[in-house]
Each structure stands twice: as C-alpha cells, then as structure tokens.
Write a protein that binds this ligand. Structure first.
Ligand SMILES: Nc1ncnc2c1ncn2[C@@H]1O[C@H](COP(=O)(O)OP(=O)(O)OP(=O)(O)O)[C@@H](O)[C@H]1O
Ligand SMILES: [Mg+2]
Length: 1068
C-alpha cells in the first residue's frame, strides 16, 4: 500500500559569518518551537511567520568543545549537528530499513549552510557521513541470516552536464540520463561502488570532493553553482524468507539558490546564464506545480523532463520516496530578500505529497508467491493421493520455476561478492600506484589511498610527510573544497605546470606547461616563476626567485590558490583557517589599491564600516578572480578585450550631496580601437558563464566560431557615462541668476572636463529677471508660476576625446521630477565644444516641495561620451509636457515626496556637511532678522505717514499750494530714498547673490575633500604629500567657509545699520 505523506521541511539558521559580523549585521530571524519569523530590516514592524515541521536554531548559544564540535552552551534551544541527525538522519535510516526510498535535499543561498548540514566540516560531521556510518554500525549488529549490499555513487550536475565524481575518466559532454520503464530516469554509466565498511565511504567522499575541486579548476567555474547528488543503495536480503528490500537514499546538496540581482543593471542582450540555472529554475517550477496539485488545482504538466536535476529527483518529488528538505538560511539583515525567498520556496515544498512504497523486487515477490502456491499445491497433492497428473505436471513446472529463481538469487549474491572483490582489488591497485607517485614526487594524493586496510598506513604516511616537508594546501571559493589537495615540496627542485612531466601537475586557467619551480634547499623554499607566467605571493605579482615564508599565499595562473605551509621548524600555532579564499582576494584587492577604507568606510563616527560599502568591497573581491579568468579567456580566444573592475560612484554624490550607492561595474576596453563598454555586475556574471562554454569548446578543440549576435564577448558600441558636475539650484529659489563654471568629475573624483552652466530666473516670455525681481523669502513664490532657463554654455578640456579618434560628447541633465533627462546636441571631435543650448522650464504652481527642491538640490550635469557607431542620445523634447508657450513643465510634487523619504537618512552626513547645514541655519536666522526689520520698517513708514499728515493738519492754514506740492514731492522723494525695496532689499539681494556664489565654491570644496582618500602605498614620501595636500584643502575649505559667512554677516550688518539710520532719520 502506498504511504501518502507530505515532504517534511526544516529551517536551519546558521551563526553570522565573518563578513556579516564585519558589516555589523542584525539578526532578522527568530524561532519559536517549529515556527520561524523573519523581520523586514527596513520596516522592523513587518514580520512574517512560517511554520514548518522543524526549526533549528544554530545561530547562537553554542561553544566549541575540545574536539572542535559546536555544542550547546547550556541553553536548550541550540541545535547542533547531533540534533539535526537525530531528527532527520535517524528517520532516513529507519525508512531505509523498512525498504522505503528516502531523499534529503538541502536548499538555500550560497554560504547559507547547506553543505554544513549535509556533509559538515571537520568534527562537525553532517547528515551524510553519519547516516552512512550508522548504517554500517547497525548492519554489524544484525542476525546472520541476512545479507546486506551497500553501493555508493556521487555525481555533480553543472551546466546540465553530469559528472561522475567517482570515475577518473571524464566523458566529454558528461554522462547521459536515460529512462527505463521500471527504474524511471537513471544516469547511464554512473559508477556504483560496492562498499563493505564506512571507511570506504569516507574515502569515496574525499575522492569525490577532490574531483569536484579539480573539475572546478579545469572547467574554470569558480562559482558554486553545481548540485551534488550522493546516492546510497541499500539492499537487504532475508535468506530465510527469500525476500529482498531495497532502499535508495538520495542526498542532495543543491547549488546556491540566489538569483543574480538585476537592480541597477540593464537587461542583457544575451539570454540569462546559459543552462547553469536551468536545473534550479526547473526544480522551482516542478515544486510549484506539485504544490498546486496538492491543493487541488488543475495542473496539466509537471516539467520534470526540463532539466537533469528534476529528472533525477522525479521520484523524490511527488513519487515513491519519503522526502525531507532542509532550508538553510543566513540570519543577517543583508540577506533578508534571499532568506525570505528561501522560506517561501520551502513553504511551497511542504505542500508536496509523495506516495512511498516498500521496494520489494518483483523476482523475490514472485518467489514468495510461488512458495505459497507450492505449499498450497503440496497440501492438495497430499489430499488427492497419486491422482491428477495434470496437477502434478503443473506442480512440476512450478517447482522448476522455483528452483530457477532460487538459483538466480544465489547467482546474484555471487555476482555481488565478485563485484565487491573487484572493488577491493581496484582500491589495492590504486593504493600501490599512489604510493609510488608520492614516493617519487613527494605529492600525496590522499583520496586515492582509500583501501580500508591501508587507511591507517596512508594516514600515517601522510602525517609523516606533513611532519617532514613543507607543502602547498589548496584554497577554494567553496570552503567544502578547500584543504582537499596537498602538494609536498621535498628536497631539491620541483616543477609545477600543465604538462605531465612536472612533479606537480596543475590544470587551470593561465597555467602554462611549465609554470614555476619550487626549490627546497636546507629547509629554505624558493619559488621561481617561468617566463611570462603569472605568479603572485601575498597578493603581489612576482617575476623572479622569491623566498617563501610559512603561511604565504601563493596564486598560480589566474586563480589556482594555495596556502604555503613551511617546514616544521618554521611553523607556529597560528590558526590557518583565517587564510580562506576571501583573505586571498582581499589581499589581491589591496595590492591593486582597493580597500574598505578607500571605498569610503573610514571616517564614520563609530569607526565601523558602512555595510553598503562593505557589501561593495565583498562584491569586488568576489569578482576579482572572475575578471582575471575572463581576461585570460579573452587572451587565449584572441578577443582583443581587456576587463577591469571599477566601483561606480566611488566619489559621486546625488543631487543633495549625499554619497551615491556604490556599485561594482566592469569596464571593457578594446585593445586596438579603444572602444569602451560598461557592464553591470549581473551582465558580467551572465556573460562569464557563456564565455566558459565557448572556452570549454576551445579547450576541447571544438569550433569556437560564433556570430556576433551570440558572441558573449561582443556588444554594440554604446554611449558611455564619463563624468558629472553639481550646479546648486539655490539661487533660483531667490530669483537670482547664477553663472557657474564647474568641473565634471568621473566616478573616481578625477576631472574629465569643465562645464559652463547658467541658471537664469526669467519671465514666462523668457526675459531674464534682474536684481529688482529678487525675492527675500522663497516662500513668496509659493503658488506662483516660476520660470527659469538652463543654459549649457560650453565644455572645456574634454579628456574623453584624447584616447581615441572619432569620439564626441553630449551633455545631459534632469530637472526636478521630469520623466527623463534632457540632452544637448552631439558634438564630435572637439575638445572644447561650444554648446550654447538653452531650455526654458516652468513650474506653473510652485509647490512647497518644488521650492524645497530648489533650495536643497543641485542640478546634476552629466557628460556622456560618444563613440564611433553608437546611437546618440535623443536630444529632442519629445515626451515632455510643454506649456502653451512651449516651455518645459516641471511640476509634479508627488514624485519628489517619495524621493525625499528615501533620501532622508541622516546617516550619510559627515561632520563637515553638518557644518554646512549650520551655515544655512545661520542664514535662515539672518533672513528672520531681515524680516523683522522689514516689519519694523513698515510700521515706521506708516507712523511717518501719520506724523506727516498730522503735522500737515496742524499747520493747515499756512502753506501755499506750491509748498504743499513741494512737501508731497519731498515725501515721495524721502519714500523713494528710504524705500526698503530700493535701498535695503536691493543690497540684500546683492549680498545673497554673492553668498550663493561663494557657497557653490564651498560645496565643491567640500565634495572634493570628502572624496580625497589616502594612498594605499606605505611610502612615507607619498603619504607626506597626501597629508600636505589634504591640509591645504582643509585650509582652503575653512577659509572659504569663514570668508563666506563673514561677507554675509558684514553685508547684512551694513544693511541693518542703514535701516537703523533711516529709522533714526525718519523719527527726527
Ligand atoms: N550551522 C552552522 N554552524 C556553524 N557554522 C556554519 C553553520 N552552517 C554554515 N556554517 C559555516 O558557514 C560557511 C558556509 O557554509 P556552507 O559551505 O555549508 O554553505 P553552502 O550553503 O553549502 O554554500 P554553497 O552554496 O556556496 O555551497 C561555512 O564556513 C560553514 O562552516
Ligand atoms: Mg556548499
């Protein structure tokens, strides 16, 4: 009878990783019994709760015991490896004994802890090894009238190709998946190794891991995007009852589930990452379809056949298997999106219902039936005496059949024994060969020495080698594949390279036939690279003989990384585990001049790096090896392209002066034409996968010709962003004209050109407003129509034109909430182009938001680089809303409000920026004083009028008409002379105009200072120069700030004095 049950699902949350700790991450997961809650870090009140079969809290509350195992530190909510095994491993074993198929799948983003749960690390062994060990332990305690057969296989699916991890010969194109009526899908030709003890399985897993490690290097695939499937076939033969039960245990460690984020990146012209993600995407589709089936929805098709993984997991999902999924999640806020998506995936999976049956082989079933039939016939025979030849004939026939089947069982058993013996022979041979190899070359291949009876000898030998000689230890991006290979450096010299004649054979990108030589003379080891061979030690490229020190980091070729373990005398107690893959890459980045400090993390008040900057830094070091590999592929495939990692917005600010979100980009340059492309991270990663396929074909000697349209190296020529300038709009809020000459800076803060821009307040018909039209308080404009013109006058010294002929430029900018940017007409081949383009803008009903925008924002003026053959930017006004006069309409207050909210994060303000704000506040105060004075002025004016009238009344009879006229004239004159508009306001307007212009300089200096970072070199001379330059910049900034305020104060003081004089004069 099939047993209908749902897929069991557990969530497991791991401790913070070093990266997460560095970033000061917060934990967004909490668990209570079997429910898991996740908080949205941007909106902590928003929480989502999921209920699964089990929830494992492995995040905190643990300590390391003397064996290195993580165990509970006293509280009982910590779940270690033992607890996970108790719940799941034991269940898997129980199922296996009963004859059910069992599948255990680990799902989650890269680094979330899938391999930790499945395979484990060091003393913290995962479910797979413990299940296997327990299986053998249990067998030893079983009765004698039973036989057991255990066979082990291990495969990897990468890019829809299946690799047998236990076979030394790799089939080009991988193994094929076939379908059989009885077994369903299976891998044709997969090695199924019979095992009769746990030590064998342990060795097989080591061997498989080593295969994975070398496969990664030769396939040049750094990313952990492969799925690993371990299968244990467990057969029990009950000799007395002639019954067999078979259970297939699939243990699946899936590839990282994260999707490439498309944020900030354009859609790639070429389709998403080949077939690398196909298996995972299809698994998602299959799970969704099965979840729909379980909830009663009509589903026409379940796409098992669409990918290799889903074909192999068909019975695990919706079929004959008891299935468990472990959803591994990170606790950190920076992984919120991915964790939420993992939990949703798990939620769908738990709906799937399977129909597991006990697997009894048809042959054995038949025997059982025949035996029953036989017994029945024998008893009938006894009852009938000797009569009934027909029945006797029938019985005879059945007896024959029965005997034949019993013979079949026996022969199957003999065959099994033979296979087991054969496997033992093979182990022995391998051991002998490997022993010879390492005696000859000093390089121990520990995974080949797996014959159980030699295990202790092998281990003892390896230990002896490690205690005697220095050696290289491999370091891989996936910690599971690190420390898998050791190369010993014995006395004398030892060559490394691709060719088989080397003592250490290394296949990997950028490794030449004879790449380098290690020499061990009296315990001193030196490394000498071959001619034109890439070798770096501790992040620095070396060209000549270099002495190695214990724990030096060595990279050969593009990306084959090793930790050098010195001779025993040099060794220290230092923990080697800190030298992981990230350490190697950070060191390379530092050598290239990139560090977290340089990215702008330093200087924040709590001296902790800004998490977003750290995220970019980690992206950078993750992409570095990929860029090195792509450069190597480009060179070998003669693509004439070089790839460089850059940080977008390294020194750029948004329109309010806050740092822009930094992002990793890849600059692609054609070596001969100097054409430039800028690729987003997502596009680069996608392209690299396609390049790997092409390169693989090239290495296998296949046809590497592709048409331009499908060439991952090719892209149409495009317009490139060269630099930006800030032109502060504040003067427009006071209707004051601004003529600005400012630098266009590239993303690293270096000058690319100078641009001249005029901002002019104007009337609706385009007449530029004069000083008389200035407003004292921008709120006077509230609800009124505001017109202004932006004039791009010219550009000077455009560096973009220096590097290649046939280049041009366009200037672009975007005002307020306009739906798109406006561009000037293209100008080609001119380093100092006169542009002279003016656009008239109108806010029909100036809102508070709009006036706020003018006061607080800058116009970002972008310089775009044109290259021969690119499509120019559309410089028409098409698609913009125009007023009846033909001016561009800019009011849509809603858009800015949303923008404001996202920008309102005080975090970004440095102390200097705070100073600027203070200055603005001070100005606000002065404005208030002025307003008060104006009111007082008005009061006095009224009083004066009243006094004059009163005076005139008292002397009514005496003056003549002529005198009256004179009096009224002099009154008008005195009004004219003393009118606030003409006397004080105009001067105030002038003072403000000077103030805005000075403020622009202050702001530019501030931005320059903010992005002025120390050099990476430890060179005193350079550091001194830097310090001097920075002091000079600070000095200039301070002076300019001070003189700006002083000027404003003195101007206002003069105005105030004049007003007081006027008041005094009018009183007397
Ligand atoms: N429960 C845990 N307790 C302690 N450390 C853990 C735990 N889970 C994971 N880790 C650590 O986190 C790191 C990443 O884990 P792991 O290699 O298992 O990730 P993964 O999900 O297999 O990633 P990938 O998809 O790249 O293979 C490892 O260094 C591992 O030791
Ligand atoms: Mg893993």
């Amino acid at each position: 009878m099939p047993n209908v049950d749902s897929v069991k699902v557990a969530v497991r949350v791991r401790p913070f990783s070093q990266r997460e700790k560095d970033a000061g991450s917060k934990c967004v997961i909490s668990m209570n019994s079997n429910s898991t809650s996740i908080y949205d870090p941007r909106n902590p009140g928003h929480m989502k709760t999921f209920t699964f079969d089990l929830a494992y809290w492995s995040h905190s509350g643990f300590l390391k015991d003397t064996n290195g195992m993580l165990v509970s530190a006293g509280s009982n909510n910590y779940a270690g490896q033992r607890e996970v095994f108790r719940d799941f491993g034991e269940g898997v074993l129980e199922n296996a004994w009963q004859g059910y198929n069992a599948t255990l799948v680990a799902y989650g983003q890269t680094g979330s802890g899938k391999s930790y749960s499945m395979i484990g690390y060091g003393a913290n062994r995962g479910i797979v090894p413990v299940v296997c060990e327990e299986l053998f332990k249990a067998i030893q305690n079983q009765e004698k009238n039973k036989q057991y057969q255990i066979a082990f296989s291990m495969l990897e699916i990468y890019n829809e190709q299946v690799t047998d991890l236990l076979s030394k010969t790799k089939k080009p194109g991988g193994l094929k998946i076939r379908e059989d009526q009885q077994q369903g899908f299976y891998v044709d030709g997969l090695r199924l190794v019979p095992c009769d003890n746990y030590a064998q399985i342990e060795r097989l897993m080591e061997q498989g891991n080593k295969m994975r490690t070398t496969a990664r290097t030769t396939m040049n695939a750094t990313s952990s995007r492969s799925h690993m499937v371990i299968t244990v076939r467990f057969k029990q033969i009950f000799l007395d009852e002639a019954i067999t039960k078979e259970s297939i245990i699939n243990l699946v460690d899936l590839a990282g589930s994260e999707r490439q984020k498309s944020s900030g990146s354009e859609k790639d012209r070429l389709k998403e990452g080949t077939r690398v993600n196909l298996s995972l995407t299809t698994l998602g589709n299959v799970i969704s379809a099965l979840a729909d089936v379980a909830t009663g929805k009509k589903v026409l098709h379940i796409p098992y056949r669409d990918s290799v993984l889903t074909k192999l997991l068909q019975s695990a999902l919706g079929g004959n298997s008891r299935t468990i999924m472990i959803a591994a999640v990170s606790p950190a806020d920076i992984c919120y999106e991915e964790t939420l998506s993992t939990l949703r995936y798990a939620e769908r999976t738990k709906k799937i219902r399977n129909k597991a049956v006990v697997n009894a082989s048809p042959t054995e079933k038949l025997i059982r039936e025949l035996k029953a039939e036989n017994n029945h016939l024998l008893s009938r025979l006894a009852g009938l005496g000797n009569a009934g030849t027909l029945v006797a004939d029938g019985t005879q026939e059945q007896r024959c059949l029965l005997a034949e089947n019993e013979r079949w069982i026996e022969s199957a058993q003999v065959a099994w024994e033979a296979r087991l013996e054969e496997a033992r022979g093979e182990w022995e041979q391998q051991y002998a060969a490997a022993a010879q190899v390492f005696v000859k070359a000093g390089s121990v291949d520990m995974n080949q020495l797996a014959m159980p009876k030699y295990v202790s000898r092998r281990l003892a030998h390896e230990r002896r080698m490690m205690e005697t000689f220095p050696y290289l230890l491999n370091i891989n991006e996936d910690p599971q594949l690190s420390w898998v290979v050791k190369h010993f450096i014995q006395d004398g010299s030892c060559d490394v390279g691709q060719s088989a004649s080397n003592a250490i054979i290394l296949r990997g990108l950028g490794i030449l036939d004879k790449h380098a030589t290690f020499t061990n003379a009296d315990g001193k080891v030196t490394l000498t690279p071959g001619d034109k061979c890439k070798v770096t030690v501790n992040g620095v490229p070396i060209t000549g003989k270099t002495k190695l020190q214990h724990l030096d980091r060595v990279i050969l070729g593009s990306n084959s990384a090793f930790l050098y373990v010195g001779p025993p005398a040099e060794r220290t107690d230092e923990d080697m585990s800190r030298y992981d893959y990230d350490f190697f890459q950070s060191e390379l980045a530092a050598a290239e001049g990139l560090s977290v400090d340089k990215l702008g993390a330093a200087g924040s008040k709590d001296s902790r790096a800004d998490p977003s900057v750290l995220a970019v830094f980690h992206d950078y070091i993750k992409l570095m090896p990929l860029v090195a590999e792509v450069n190597q592929m480009s060179e070998e495939l003669k693509k004439d392209l070089t790839f460089e990692l850059k940080v977008k917005n390294l020194a750029s600010s948004d329109s309010r002066g806050y740092d822009l979100q930094k992002e990793i980009i890849v600059k692609v340059t054609h070596v001969t034409t100097n054409q430039v492309w800028v690729w987003s991270k997502a596009k680069f990663v996608n392209r690299k996968l396609l390049m790997e396929e092409l390169y693989q074909r090239f290495r296998e000697g296949g046809d590497t010709h592709v048409n331009q349209d499908s060439d991952p190296f090719w892209d149409p020529v495009e317009v490139v962003h060269v630099g930006s300038a800030h032109v502060w709009l504040q003067s427009l809020a006071y209707c004051v004209q601004l003529e600005e000459q400012t630098e266009l800076l590239n993303s690293e803060g270096l000058e690319e050109a100078v641009v001249l821009v005029n901002l002019s307040p104007c009337s609706r018909d385009g007449r530029i407003l004069g000083e008389d039209d200035m407003v004292i308080d921008p709120l006077e404009l509230l609800g009124r129509r505001v017109d202004f013109q932006i004039r791009i006058v010219e550009c000077l010294g455009v560096k973009w034109l220096q590097d290649a002929a046939g280049r041009g430029i366009q200037i672009g900018y975007r005002v307020y909430d306009l739906s798109r940017s406006l561009y000037t007409k293209p100008i080609w081949k001119n380093m100092n182009p006169k542009i002279e383009e003016t656009v008239h803008f109108s806010a029909l009903n100036a809102s508070y938001e709009f006036l706020n925008y003018l006061q607080k924002n800058a116009l970002i003026v972008d310089l775009w680089g044109l290259q021969e053959g690119c499509t120019e930017m559309d410089y028409s006004l098409d698609g913009l809303l125009l007023t009846p006069e033909g001016t561009v309409m800019v009011d849509n207050p809603k858009a800015l409000t949303a923008n404001d909210a996202s920008l309102d994060t005080a975090n970004y303000m440095s102390e200097l920026y705070q100073k600027l704000l203070h200055m603005e506040e001070e100005m606000e105060l002065l404005r208030e004083i002025n307003k008060a004075l104006r009111e007082e002025n008005l009061l006095l004016k009224n009083k004066l009028q009243w006094d004059t009238r009163h005076h005139a009344k008292t002397k009514s009879e005496s003056p003549t008409n002529a005198v009256k006229m004179k009096q009224s004239l002099s009154l008008r004159e005195s009004e004219t002379i003393c009118s606030p508009r003409t006397s004080c306001d105009a001067e105030f307007a002038k003072a403000l105009k000077i103030f805005y212009q000075n403020m622009n300089v202050v702001r530019q200096q501030f931005l320059q200072l903010k992005h002025f970072r120390p050099p990476q070199e430890d060179n005193l001379q350079i550091l001194r120069l830097f310090t001097e330059r920075r002091s000079q910049l600070i000095n200039n900034f301070g002076k300019q700030l001070e003189s700006t305020i002083c000027k404003l104060k003195s101007d206002v003081a003069v105005i105030v004095k004049k007003k007081q004089e006027y008041i005094a004069c009018s009183r007397s």
